[in-house]
Design a protein around this ligand. Structure first.
Ligand code: AMP
Ligand code: MG
Length: 317
């Protein structure tokens, strides 16, 4: 019996590692199994000793320069990711309305070859999507090997918005729906298992919660109302959602606590300052790809011989 238990454990526990990131970034990772309190994560910019010593303008300047460098490194890293064709990278972006998901995507990915990157935004599910299990619509658009896939909102909405607004939940059989005992824990477990499966098959998963304060959301919403060019961005739905700030915070905290794992960690990104959030995300994505230690595919002696024949042929034309 003991042998059986030991053997089973040995077989089941294939070691799967999470992304490699720089040491100072580790304090922004939600520790697996740890109960998250978002108020303990600073949403501002004074995040380390170097930045603390600087004025806001100087910090902004420093980080914007860093972002420019990181963008260049990310472009190189992405090229290698594509050439090696072993891993895919899934970037999940979540956050309250106005947290800066769209802007982060635009700024971080602007230097990357568009052929190596795909962005998918997820809105209210269609009737067809609601007729399937909650992971169905995401599965189809996961990044393949060599690609970076960005989810602007994701399957995490299926444990967030629908929990805050139960009426937006798909019609599940009553016995299996949100009133059933352990329903949400069950969804977290499904998500963890889904992500584990992806990681075991070569997807690197990086999940970012863009953390803004309620005051900063007010500034951003007001900004949209004070600037004619930004009127289009204002949605009265965002104002309605703002009333649920505390419920969202609680729901996010529970979700982050239950779904940050070694293999697919959550990063809580200080996002009150856009330049802070963008630099942070670029740094994590770049270091995670570099950390894979990939190399360009090797060319065999036989292939080199063929290449030289081709070269001669072209030159003699
Ligand atoms: P936006 O990101 O501003 O374009 O808004 C997208 C809207 O779709 C947000 O209000 C989300 O809450 C909503 N949404 C996204 N995914 C889901 C989902 N799985 N179930 C219900 N609503 C969703
Ligand atoms: Mg919106």
């Amino acid at each position: 019996m003991l042998f059986y238990i030991f053997f089973n454990k040995w077989v089941i526990d294939m070691e799967i590692k999470g992304p490699k990131v720089k040491d100072y970034i580790k304090k922004f990772i939600v520790e697996p199994q740890k109960k998250v309190q978002l108020k303990k994560f600073d949403s501002g910019w004074v995040q380390n000793e170097t930045l603390k010593a600087l004025s806001e303008d100087a910090a902004k300047d420093l980080l914007e320069k860093k972002l420019a460098r990181d963008r260049a490194s990310l472009a190189d890293a992405q090229e290698l990711l594509a050439a090696a064709h072993e891993y895919g990278v899934l970037i999940v972006l979540q956050g309250m309305d106005t947290a800066g998901k769209d802007g982060t995507i635009r700024h971080v990915m602007s230097g990357v070859n568009p052929q190596g990157c795909e962005v998918h935004g997820f809105k209210v599910p269609s009737a067809e999507e609601h007729a399937h299990d909650f992971l169905w619509r995401y599965y189809d658009v996961l990044p393949e090997r060599g690609m970076i896939g960005i989810f602007n909102r994701s399957y995490y909405e299926d444990v967030l918005v629908v929990r805050v607004h139960p009426e937006r939940m798909e019609a599940l059989p009553k016995k299996l729906g949100p009133d059933a005992k352990g329903f949400w824990e069950g969804r977290y477990k499904d998500i963890n298992a889904f992500e584990k499966h992806l990681v075991k098959n070569g997807t690197v998963i990086l999940k970012f919660f863009l953390h803004i304060s309620k005051d900063e959301q007010k500034n951003r919403l007001l900004d949209r109302l004070q600037n004619k060019d930004k009127y289009w961005k204002f949605s009265t739905a965002d104002l309605a959602e703002r009333q649920y700030w505390d419920q969202y915070t609680k729901t996010y905290e529970e979700m982050l606590s239950a779904t940050s794992t070694e293999y697919a960690p959550w990063f809580v990104v200080p996002a009150d300052y856009k330049w802070m959030a963008r630099t942070f995300v670029a740094e994590v994505v770049t270091s995670a790809i570099v950390g894979l230690n990939l190399s360009y595919p090797k060319v065999s002696d036989e292939q080199i011989k063929q290449l030289m024949v081709a070269k001669k042929k072209l030159e003699s034309e």
